[in-house]
Design a protein around this ligand. Structure first.
Ligand SMILES: NC(=O)C1=CN([C@@H]2O[C@H](COP(=O)(O)OP(=O)(O)OC[C@H]3O[C@@H](n4cnc5c(N)ncnc54)[C@H](O)[C@@H]3O)[C@@H](O)[C@H]2O)[C@H](O)CC1
Ligand SMILES: [K+]
Length: 517
């Protein structure tokens, strides 16, 4: 049972996949009417929990569209009516699907007022949005668009069924206009839109209404291992190097080399180091410009700080590793935070490393400038890139608009360069070269702050180093780091508000996330 719920919570579907899964259920004998009744019954009960009908009678506006999303809304309306709510229906479409028509007829027979003009819908305590679900297929125009805009301006709580009407199920695009919900009940399985940054403003709180879709039906459509998955606590924790074997030594627990910092950006090197520290990595070496050496030693006494020759501008000019050490001495290398663009030769040098390599920040800008993206294909070991949208666009100028469909964009980029790519955002997306995608479903705007990416680079570098001898897919480790990093942000924001999560503070919340579990 637990296992089913966990698997369901990892699943993400497109509208077409949802329709196919639904067809499996109907083909197996489940009547459409019964499924609607079941789903809408669950929604009605949740609404009653959230806004009970007493002591003050509540007035509810029900927005009814032409399809089964409208049918769901009418079943909710009927249930709430019998529980003592005062119901008003707005049903502007002339032609409704048959089942929806029947529910509307019955609602009217009960004496529930029903109007087709938005002006006639009075102010309500809250609204139920059943205009469109995953069947929305074109831009909303004319009277319906005007009505949606007017309803948004009323500032009443809105519960959207399945999706806020107007949001494209797959891309999250606003098709003309869309309901700005305060709460969205996603039905059965998470739709892709819930993981697309561009739609997030419209959902309000989100909640999955699990209506017992059999796993077999999901697998029949998506396969045993779905291509696109949500990161969950369970998936994230499964790749952590915990518990440690009772007998081990520091080099067995990974040796990470960080290459970062410049006179101009000294703090970035410290934050990257602190992120790596939290990963538990066995050995940490940090290459910085010579002039930063003692600053780093004072912040990270456990690390081996390698002072490198520097340019006039204070950037690393040459990677001068200690005696008897070369790039193959490390289990993983992470390069980029605070480098400046003056460290181009260093990036070229580490690309030759035979170990997993993580490139971030200025290392990505240097890569873009060099136009060396195609050479990544030739690397023997795994490569991970962690761009934000701007860096991504500089690296992959020929990939169509990232904002229009982030998930497609990250898949295309990973396949183009043969690296695993983590595209940062409110919903960070990770793709391996074969197009297997992880999306991080929870984060906080508190992390939109200078230095928070440096922390991620250190943390992920440390996890990559520890996993070097294990058979864990690279993208799974990247997903764990993304999850851990955002959970630390969420925890810090809970205790300190969204303004209180500077990058140093963030590093201090990485361990408490694990301790909570
Ligand atoms: N997931 C499930 O198994 C269940 C889903 N339910 C609900 O059903 C909807 C999907 O229903 P469907 O009838 O296929 O689509 P919609 O209700 O979203 O509406 C489609 C309807 O609207 C017309 N249309 C599309 N775009 C526009 C537009 N821009 N302007 C005007 N009209 C438009 C289109 O032609 C169709 O007629 C799902 O979201 C759930 O809420 C079940 O009730 C339970 C099981
Ligand atoms: K809806």
């Amino acid at each position: 049972m637990q296992d089913r719920q966990e698997k369901i919570s990892q699943v993400v579907v497109t509208a077409a996949q949802m329709r196919d899964i639904e067809q499996q259920i109907f083909a197996a004998g489940m009547p459409v009417v019964a499924l609607m009744e079941k789903v809408a019954g669950l929604i009605a009960r949740r609404v009653q929990d959230l806004i009970p009908p007493t002591p003050l009678k509540k007035r509810v506006g029900i927005l009814v569209g032409p399809g089964h999303n409208g049918g769901d809304a009418l079943v909710v309306a009927r249930e709430l009516y019998f529980r003592g709510y005062e119901i008003w229906i707005y049903s502007p479409f002339e032609k409704l699907k048959e089942l929806t028509t029947q529910h509307l007829q019955y609602a009217q027979s009960l004496g529930i007022p029903c109007y087709s003009a938005i002006e006639e819908l009075p102010d309500c305590d809250f609204l139920i949005d059943g205009l469109f679900g995953f069947g929305l297929e074109r831009t909303i125009t004319d009277a319906i668009a005007t009505a949606i805009n007017e309803l948004n301006e009323r500032n009443q709580p809105i519960f959207s069924i399945d999706l806020p009407s107007g949001i494209h199920t797959d891309t999250g695009e606003v098709l003309g206009t869309a309901i700005r919900a305060t709460h969205t009940f996603c039905l059965g399985l998470w739709k892709l839109a819930f993981l697309q940054d561009q739609a997030l403003d419209y959902f309000g709180k989100v909640e999955l209404i699990d209506f017992d879709i059999p796993l077999a039906d999901v697998q029949a459509v998506l396969g045993e291992v779905p291509k696109i998955k949500r990161i969950t606590k369970v998936t994230a924790l499964s790749t952590l190097p915990l518990p440690r074997p009772p007998v081990t030594h520091k080099y067995k627990e990974g040796h990470l080399l960080l290459v970062c910092g410049s006179r101009r950006y000294a703090g970035g090197a410290i934050l990257t180091g602190l992120g790596a520290r939290a990963s538990g990595v066995g050995m940490l070496s940090i290459a910085v410009p010579e002039s930063l050496k003692y600053l780093l030693v004072s912040h990270l006494p456990e690390a081996l700080i390698i002072g490198c020759p520097e340019t006039e501008t204070g950037a690393i000019s040459q990677l001068q590793l200690p005696e008897k050490t070369d790039l193959s001495s490390f289990s993983a290398i992470a390069i980029g935070p605070g480098l400046t663009k003056d460290s181009t030769p260093i990036v070229q040098a580490v690309m030759k490393s035979p170990e997993p390599l993580l490139l971030d920040a200025d290392a990505l800008n240097i890569l873009a400038q060099l136009g060396t993206i195609p050479t990544l294909q030739q690397r023997q070991a795994a490569t991970v890139l962690t761009p934000h949208t701007g860096e991504f666009q500089r690296l992959f100028p020929d990939i169509a608009d990232v904002k229009a469909d982030k998930i497609k964009a990250v898949q295309a980029a990973a396949s183009q360069c043969g690296a695993t790519i983590l595209l940062k955002g409110a919903r960070t997306a990770i793709s391996n070269p074969q197009g297997a995608v992880w999306i991080n479903p929870e984060s906080t705007p508190a992390l939109a702050r200078g230095g928070s990416g440096d922390v991620l680079t250190g943390l992920l570098g440390g996890l990559l180093a520890q996993a070097a001898t294990k058979q864990i897919p690279i993208e799974d480790i990247v997903a764990t780091a993304a999850w851990w990093h955002s959970q630390a942000g969420i925890l810090a924001a809970q205790e300190r508000t969204e303004l209180g999560v500077d990058a140093f503070t963030l590093t201090q919340y990485l361990m408490p996330v694990l301790k909570q579990i």
